[in-house]
Design a protein around this ligand. Structure first.
Ligand code: ATP
Ligand code: MG
Length: 240
């Protein structure tokens, strides 16, 4: 469903020096699968989510989602693709401060032309599932971090996107609250199993995922053990 093949991506620093993030790496994620990506800070985890959500472009290789080659669609098509197919959860929640909880979770419906009773009811029932229906008229600043993230879960899924991307969604939460948020995420996913890519530093979260991949030295690995071998044998590969 999500297929990256020989993916290459670099950024250019001020002095025009190339900073290679991905070098000929491949990764295949099946429909409905929940994959967790681990990797050191700066290894390119968020960059990968940005590529999948068309917020950034690959340099070469290919990245296909449902057989759509993301390199071959226009900027306008990318915006529409993202709006319809992607739900995003961020470390810092990113709720819109001037909108109430209810307005925040219904925004994806409005943006996608899906603002009809059936969908609104479904979103409100998700808000009920995460235990916050009584806060629907509150503004985000009145909520705790864990509550804001529970609202963000509902907002990410209210338009029922095929793909859920989560960038360290529990990074700002204590471990107990993180557990609550992850369990709610799993409950909401039960409904229709969106393909999920979650980035995290927390190895304890592996239990929620179908599979973990490890990003190091510009490529995805299936096993953490491979990394250690690569590190010692291929020290010259590491960019300093
Ligand atoms: N738009 C950009 N322009 C230039 N460099 C960038 C850009 N976005 C990211 N980078 C660089 O690319 C590298 C990978 O960044 P990325 O944010 O993907 O890392 P990450 O794995 O998500 O790290 P963290 O765990 O700290 O969030 C970093 O060195 C970062 O500075
Ligand atoms: Mg990141």
């Amino acid at each position: 469903m999500i297929v990256a093949e020989n993916l290459c991506k670099s950024f250019y620093e001020g002095n025009n020096k190339e900073h290679v993030i991905f070098s000929n790496t491949s990764l295949e994620i099946s429909k409905g699968e929940f994959v967790i990506i681990f990797g050191a800070s700066g290894s390119g985890k968020s960059t990968f989510l940005n590529l999948v959500s068309c917020l950034d472009n690959i340099d070469s290789g290919s990245l296909r989602i449902n057989d759509i080659d993301l390199a071959k669609i226009s900027e306008e098509e990318k915006t529409l693709f993202r709006r319809k197919n992607i739900g995003f959860i961020f470390q810092n929640f990113n709720l819109i401060p001037t909108l109430t909880v209810e307005e925040n979770i219904l925004l994806p419906l409005e943006l996608n032309g899906l603002y009809v009773k059936e969908n609104i009811d479904l979103s409100l029932s998700m808000l009920k599932t995460v235990g916050l229906i009584n806060k629907k008229s509150s503004f985000p600043e009145k909520l705790s971090g864990g509550e804001q993230q529970r609202v963000a879960l509902v907002r990410a899924l209210s338009h029922r996107p095929e793909i859920l991307l989560a960038d360290e969604p529990t990074g700002n939460l204590d471990s107990e609250t993180a557990e609550v948020v992850m369990n709610l995420l799993m409950t909401l996913r039960e409904d229709y199993a969106p393909t999920t890519i979650m980035v995290s530093h927390d190895r304890d979260l592996i239990k929620y995922a179908d599979r973990a991949v490890y990003l190091k030295n510009r490529v995805f690995h299936n096993e953490p053990a491979e990394l250690e071998e690569r590190d010692t044998n291929n020290a010259s590969n590491i960019t300093l």
